[in-house]
Design a binder for this molecule. Structure first.
Ligand code: PLP
Length: 401
């Protein structure tokens, strides 16, 4: 029973999340079930994590086989699954080298260390400043919190790591004005996830790329949320065609198994030397086997194509929805990372209320930014699931008309 789990959870789980009153116990395909056997269509997917949905037979088989062979050793030794995974990632991207870790925050943290070390080597110890974007989200460690361009996350935890400044997203002039001789890195999410599904425009990114080349600044894309197939391309940078020097990945990479990665082009990767960065679990054979399975399915079994197809269909359906409800003010995103923004003034529309009402009718959704509902379903989703989910949402929105 969900009720029992909630009571036990409240006793022992630290109160840092405001969980909805339900305990999820199993999943199959794009559906999950709670402890009372209620079924939900899952448009959250562990917040853009469960790329293959639930119960993929190859995912289960490959991880099971690996756990029976070798679950973990250490980066004191070479580990074949991490080498194979790094080969797949570099063969299918503009990057040359990979550092493995366990989460998105750690992947961004690694990228920050790389920027600082690159600046130190190239221009000296004062070259250690990093510019990130307003409304960005990069994680909850003290340094990724500092990188996150939203003051609300830093409240109560200051002083956070120094050396960060924040530019307006998609505003080149503002960014250019903030660059100094001590700027070693610029970090951008090609699609801001937590900030409300905001897409970086191509011309802006081209200008940022040129600026970074001219000033020898490391350009980092944080693709923790928008990478690994979510846009219909393996990497989100492929949408604009503007390549970064470094990318951070996590979430969808392991399809539900914790893993993060920082990828870099050779000239930047070589800034980090042996002993300068490490993670006990980085490159763990189970996590890398999970990620290899995800990538194999995305690249060789039609999942990227499915994201493109279903992404277009989702956009079409959201445009139709917008026509029916004048309080939907914008539709943003790409592939299977899309959001609809609701009017902030006038009739009071609370994202959380909509999410709860949809949940009661069997659809899981998650908010983003101030007034946006985000759609980040498993990448295996089909047309009928989109129809089913949007019908539930439409019925809920009718209550606000
Ligand atoms: N970067 C981005 C763009 C994210 O969306 C997130 C999490 O939402 C993170 C970093 C942090 O990832 P994690 O929660 O795995 O530490």
């Amino acid at each position: 029973m969900s009720k029992e789990w909630i009571e036990r959870g409240k006793n022992v789980i630290m109160n840092t999340y405001s969980q909805f009153p339900m305990a999820l116990v199993k999943g199959k395909g794009v559906y999950v079930w709670d402890a009372d056997n209620n079924k939900y269509l899952d448009f959250v997917a562990g917040i853009a994590v469960n790329a293959l949905g639930y119960g993929d037979p190859d995912y289960i088989k490959n991880i099971s086989e690996q756990v029976s062979k070798l679950q973990h050793v250490s980066n004191l030794y070479w580990m074949p699954p991490s080498i194979e995974l790094a080969e797949i990632l570099t063969d299918n991207s503009c990057f040359d080298k990979v550092f493995f870790c366990n989460s998105g925050a750690e992947a961004v943290e690694a990228a920050i260390k790389l920027c600082k070390k690159y600046g130190y080597v190239k221009k000296g110890k004062d070259c250690n400043e990093i510019i990130t974007m307003k409304k960005s989200f990069h994680g909850r460690t003290m340094t990724t919190l500092a990188a996150t361009g939203q003051k609300k996350y830093q409240k109560g935890f200051t002083p956070v790591t120094s050396g960060f400044s924040y530019a307006e997203f998609n505003n080149f002039e503002d960014l250019n004005n903030k660059v100094t001789e001590n700027t070693c890195g610029i970090i951008i999410e090609p699609i801001q996830g937590e900030g409300g599904i905001n897409v970086a425009n191509k011309i802006y990114l081209q200008k940022v790329r040129k600026l970074c080349d001219e000033k020898d600044i490391v350009l980092v894309y944080d693709e923790v949320q928008c990478g690994i197939g979510r846009t219909g391309k393996l990497f989100a940078y492929e949408i604009s065609g503007v390549k970064p020097d470094v990318v951070s990945l996590a979430k969808g990479l392991g399809g539900g198994f914790p893993i993060g990665a920082m990828l870099a082009i050779q000239s930047k990767a070589e800034a980090l030397k042996p002993g300068e960065h490490a993670s006990t679990f980085g490159g763990n054979p189970l996590a890398c086997t999970a990620a290899k399975t995800v990538l194999d399915k995305l690249l060789k079994h039609g999942i990227l194509e499915n994201v493109q197809k279903q992404g277009e269909y989702l956009t079409k359906k959201l445009v139709e929805l917008q026509k029916k409800f004048n309080f939907i003010v914008d539709i943003r995103g790409n592939g299977l990372i899309q959001g609809i923004e609701f009017k902030s003034k006038g009739k009071e529309i609370k994202i959380k209320d909509i999410v709860v009402k949809c949940m009661e009718k069997g659809l899981l959704l998650v908010g983003a930014g101030e007034n946006t509902i985000r759609f980040v379903p498993p990448l295996i989703i089909a047309k009928e699931h989109i129809d089913e989910g949007l019908e539930i949402l439409e019925n809920v929105l009718k209550e606000y008309q």
